[in-house]
Design a protein around this ligand. Structure first.
Ligand code: WTA
Length: 638
């Protein structure tokens, strides 16, 4: 996305869109609120965060808002006792939200389930008791390999309720990718489903768990809990595998919520980095809830009557924060869809909005571009008048897609908020509010108390219009705490390249008005359809194949997916470059990493460009591929 023509459009984009007066009058945070918050946060950021924290319930108040004594291992709300599940669930049972819809779920075939907060509360308690009966305790890891189902939410909340740590693996990852995560996280229990429906097919899931558990380093797993969904054939291993329904049936629907330290781990979520090994990103109970609560109320202006639909899968951070925890903390109704957005035809998203009266739609540019291809015939078939706010996340949104969405889905009335953030940041960092003046393609300005800037490699701010590295100067409550079992990598990756500031790994530019325009990753991480994939991960998958001697993977621009991967491969003696080999390698990558790793092209080479010390120079391949200047190649081997 960063190097193609779309960037050109971004550079010349000068349209602005203003909010309707009614929006400004009714907003949870109006321009005045925002200005005041910005001023307050600039003077005293901790007072700003303390006020935000007071909107939630704590079992015991904090002694200190921020402990910087072991920076960059920042600690927030130290001394406080809490549990995110208390705020997401328990407290609603005592208020008017008890009988409100918490979840609207739709299966791909059109089947639907709805759960009130009280029903969800009872289901979570039953499963929490079941987890305790399986020996799950505070600090234990519970792995989820789940499709989008109400039980996915139940399992996350039940795990957190008993004080254990959930770590979710997106169902589009392979058994092998799951095994790597099992070996790192050492979970006691895995929760999965027999299968699920996607694109008209029943996808098997449990069999992949079986496969991954055949590997080494999986001894920590004592129990596999299986949710019935697709009625596909599964093999249940006695003593290890249990059906969810049988497990919870006899459990009580009351269960105590564990009192946690603010800094106790809530979840671990693996994300691609610049090495072959994904990073285990750690989030905690206390600060995380403060960040998502504030952003949901301000950025999405949540009101009691809203029906909130974030189209992300719960397996990604966007799903954690804005399908599950955020909406439930806010006491709103969250919509979950199991299937493919083009199934059975390209109006499924619009159909769901009309059917459930969705008021806030939070989605990804990839999906917008995919649906845009079909023109306006499909949105026109449905009543989308319930919508009042649109949101975008995951990749830069090109102005064409932005304007299409704004006009054809939002009737030129609904603000479209482009929200920048990351797995590491936990919640939205740079984003307009619905009352802001919008420019298509810009995520506008940092939220209050977020000191984001664009700097050069030494950390000096770059002038407006010039590209640079995106950094954040001050810590914030929902930030990543460390990388699981690898604190050194945490320090090195984020805090040391430019000492003392958080390095996001993105390139950006600021315009004359201080608006920020994200241009894409600055490191060797690709962003394919809004999903992060490391070049190194793809390369290590490729070289694991017997025919491959060396491999280099780069991201190249794609009209729909933003970016797709292209791999350059040298083959070992005795193997031939052929179409069959391309097919074989593509299947191999799918087996290694899962369908989430989309490699569009594989090109065979006799040799790859390398530095004299033997490092493959991806940037040379990328420049060649895009017909750009190769830059400094003085370190090139020959
Ligand atoms: C990219 C997803 C442009 C960015 C929440 C970031 C964006 C990575 C935007 C994080 C946006 C996210 N505009 N780019 N609004 N939002 N990104 O960890 O490159 O899956 O670093 O978190 O997505 O991806 P992650």
């Amino acid at each position: 996305m960063s190097q193609d023509g779309a960037l050109e459009t971004l550079l010349h984009e000068d349209r602005v869109f203003r909010p309707l007066p009614q929006m400004v009058i009714e907003a949870n945070a109006n321009p005045q609120t925002l200005d005041n918050a910005r001023r307050q946060a600039a003077e005293d950021p901790l007072a700003y965060w303390e006020e935000a924290a007071k909107e939630l319930e704590w079992f015991k108040k904090w002694d200190k808002v921020l402990d910087e004594s072991d920076a960059p291992f920042y600690k927030w709300f130290t001394g406080a006792k809490c549990n995110i599940v208390h705020n997401a669930l328990d407290r609603h049972i005592k208020t008017g939200n008890k009988n409100k819809l918490a979840i609207i779920w739709e299966g791909e075939a059109g089947d639907s389930r709805k759960m009130t907060y009280f029903e969800l509360y009872r289901a979570v308690n039953k499963f929490a008791n079941a987890l305790r009966s399986l020996g799950v305790q505070k600090g234990d890891r519970v792995m989820l390999y789940m499709p989008p189902l109400p039980e996915t939410v139940i399992a996350m909340l039940a795990t957190a309720k008993v004080g254990a740590i959930h770590t979710m693996v997106f169902a589009g990852f392979s058994a092998k990718a799951m095994r790597d995560r099992i070996s790192d996280a050492q979970p006691k229990v895995i929760i999965t489903a027999d299968g699920f429906y996607r694109n008209g097919r029943a996808v098997h899931l449990k069999s992949l768990v079986d496969e991954s558990l055949m590997g080494p380093d999986c001894d920590s797993v004592e129990t596999v809990v299986v949710v019935h969904r697709a009625n596909v054939q599964v093999e249940m291993q006695e003593a290890r595998d249990l059906w969810y329904e049988e497990l919870v049936r006899a459990e009580s629907s009351e269960s105590p919520t564990e009192s946690m330290d603010s800094e106790d781990m809530l979840f671990l979520l693996y994300s691609s980095g610049t090495t072959g090994k994904p990073k285990g990103i750690v989030h905690t109970h206390g600060g995380y809830q403060v960040g998502i609560n504030r952003t949901l109320n301000w950025v999405f202006d949540i009101k009691p009557t809203d029906i909130f639909w974030c189209t992300a899968d719960a397996g990604w951070i966007t799903g954690h924060s804005y399908v599950v925890y955020g909406p439930l903390i806010a006491g709103t109704t969250t919509v979950i869809f199991e299937g493919h957005p083009l199934y059975p035809q390209a109006d499924r998203v619009w159909d769901l909005i009309a059917k459930y009266g969705v008021t806030v739609l939070y989605t990804a540019p990839t999906l917008v571009r995919m649906l845009m291809r079909f023109g306006t015939q499909y949105p026109k078939k449905h009543d989308l008048s319930s919508l009042r706010i649109l949101g975008s996340v995951g990749e830069p949104i090109n102005p064409e897609a932005w304007v299409w969405m704004y006009k054809n889905i939002g009737r030129s009335e609904c603000p479209l908020v482009d929200t920048w953030w990351q797995t590491e940041t936990g919640s939205i960092m740079i984003s307009p509010l619905p009352v802001s003046v919008l420019k298509p393609g810009s995520c506008t300005k940092p939220l209050p108390a977020i000191e984001a800037d664009v700097v050069d490699e030494k950390g000096n701010p770059v002038p407006p219009g010039k590209g640079g590295l995106l950094i954040i100067r001050k810590p914030w409550p929902s930030m990543v705490r460390t990388l699981f079992k690898d604190p050194e990598r945490y320090k090195k990756t984020y805090w040391e390249k430019i000492p003392g500031v958080y390095l996001a790994g993105d390139m950006a530019r600021k315009d004359e008005d201080g608006y920020i325009w994200i241009q894409g990753r600055s490191d060797d991480v690709m962003n394919i359809a809004g999903h992060r994939l490391g070049s190194a991960e793809l390369e290590s998958a490729l070289v694991a194949h017997k025919a491959v001697a060396e491999a280099a993977a780069i991201g190249i621009p794609d009209k729909i997916k933003g970016e797709v991967a292209k791999a350059f491969v040298t083959l070992r003696e005795g193997f031939d470059a052929s179409d069959d080999m391309v097919k074989e390698l593509k299947i191999h990558i799918r087996n290694e990493l899962g369908p989430v790793a989309i490699v569009k092209t594989i090109e065979f080479r006799d040799k790859l460009p390398k530095t004299r010390s033997g490092k493959i120079m991806r940037r040379v391949l990328k420049a060649e591929e895009l017909g750009q200047d190769v830059g400094d190649i003085s370190t090139l081997e020959d």
